[in-house]
Design a protein around this ligand. Structure first.
Ligand SMILES: [Zn+2]
Length: 331
């Protein structure tokens, strides 16, 4: 714990934060760091991932108000604890943490200590977009995988590639479908036994049928879009499982209920809303990275300084081949 004078000196520091003032327009605001209150911690943010699920907020939708609170929508932050309130015992200055809040597009973050997840020190110096990595582990847990099961992952973005890598590590035989050539290549490096080019739905389905005529035990949809959801639905074997991990947030979806029904498939919506689950997923990801079989840097394709936050969101919006995860680096 730091002496009060040290804390006072620290909180007088300037903190540059990104603020989304209007759709597609970030501004940087420079304010003092602010006081650490009871139960709180001051974290120097080292980096923060840009999440595709934040794109509607960036692009603008009628139901969002602007300007947004400073630091939003940075929910994939990691950093170093610089100070904690006197009553905080579970964290110490110097701890490496992932942050659970929404406002990590900033140099510093003052947050409840309960919104920090401690990471092993050996991960220092490496990118660790905690919430995004934890999400992959939570999805795989909800999928209830068993070793030697045949798994198809539909979507070769960050989540699809991560889920494929975890499933492979757990002993599943993994196939990844993606429209993007570099993503398919990376999926193979991460352990996929085969990949499917999903640019043309009919060709994709034909290749899938050749690979597994009776379908897959478990199909994990990781895109949040209608067409890949259709493909994913088709690939599930009788009594198999369809896991929906994509974030379907732009309206209703249509599903072939007759076919789901006939095949008797289980359908799982693999999102979590309980902070304890986020924490669990992040801890599992941290353990995997410390053990060395998960290398987060393999999944981070682009890095921007905080001043280029707009360019980072623009890139994620375009989702060119070769993009897996863009991160902002404040270190
Ligand atoms: Zn995210």
């Amino acid at each position: 714990m730091l002496q009060p004078e040290a804390v006072a000196a620290m909180t007088a520091r300037r903190n540059v934060r990104a603020r989304l003032v209007a759709p597609r327009r970030f501004e940087l605001a420079d304010r003092p760091v602010g006081r650490v209150r009871e139960g709180g911690a001051l974290v120097r943010i080292l980096g923060c991932g840009v999440c595709a699920s934040s794109l509607p907020l960036w692009e603008g939708r009628p139901w969002f108000d602007y300007p947004r609170p400073a630091g939003e929508p940075g929910h994939e932050g990691w950093g170093i604890v610089e100070a904690v309130a006197p009553d905080v015992t579970e964290l110490s200055p110097g701890d490496l943490v992932a942050t659970l809040g929404l406002d990590a597009l900033a140099q510093y973050l003052v947050c409840p200590a309960t919104e920090c997840v401690r990471l092993p020190h050996r991960l220092a110096g490496r990118p660790f977009p905690g919430e995004a990595l934890g999400c992959g582990f939570n999805v795989v847990r909800r999928a209830g995988l068993e070793p030697a099961q045949r798994i198809a992952v539909v979507g070769g973005g960050f989540l699809g590639l991560l889920v494929g890598a975890i499933a492979h590590h757990l002993g599943a035989v993994v196939v990844v479908a993606s429209r993007r050539a570099q993503a398919r290549q990376l999926a193979e490096q991460l352990g996929a036994a085969a990949t499917i080019d999903s640019n043309d739905p009919e060709t994709a389905l034909a290749r899938a049928r050749r690979l597994a005529p009776k379908g897959w035990d478990c199909v994990i949809e990781c895109t949040g879009l209608q067409a890949p959801l259709d493909l994913a639905s088709e690939l599930v074997r009788e009594r198999g499982r369809l896991v929906i991990a994509g974030y379907h947030q732009d309206g209703r979806r249509q599903v072939d209920m007759q076919s789901w029904n006939w095949r008797g498939i289980d359908v799982v919506n693999a999102h979590e809303r309980d902070p304890a689950r986020y924490r669990q997923g992040i801890q599992e990801a941290a353990r995997a990275a410390a053990e060395g079989w998960l290398r987060p840097e393999q999944l981070v394709s682009h890095s921007f300084p905080l001043e280029e936050v707009g360019a980072a969101f623009e890139l994620v919006g375009r989702a060119p081949d070769g993009l897996t995860k863009a991160v902002l680096r404040m270190d």
